[in-house]
Design a protein around this ligand. Structure first.
Ligand SMILES: [Zn+2]
Length: 74
């Protein structure tokens, strides 16, 4: 299963941010979502928005790739 959290960005969409991305780039408070969108920590206060279709697509592709390769974390 994809270890990610949903973060609402200033664009009003809920983006998926992997737990590994949350540990990176924490110096400047920016996190990169699965679709490439940069989310700033201030946007963590935004109310929930619409799901990001690109993040959902990336998550599905990663899940399928893991299923084909026999599992494991990437
Ligand atoms: Zn996204």
């Amino acid at each position: 299963m994809l270890a990610a959290v949903t973060v609402t960005a200033l664009d009003g969409r809920d983006h998926l941010v992997r737990d590994t991305a949350l540990g990176e780039n924490c110096d400047d408070g920016r996190y990169q979502a699965e679709c490439g969108t940069w989310v700033v920590s201030a946007s963590l206060c935004e109310p929930p928005g619409r799901p990001c279709a690109l993040c959902e697509c990336v998550a599905q592709v990663r899940t399928r790739a893991r299923a084909v390769s026999g599992g494991g974390r990437s």
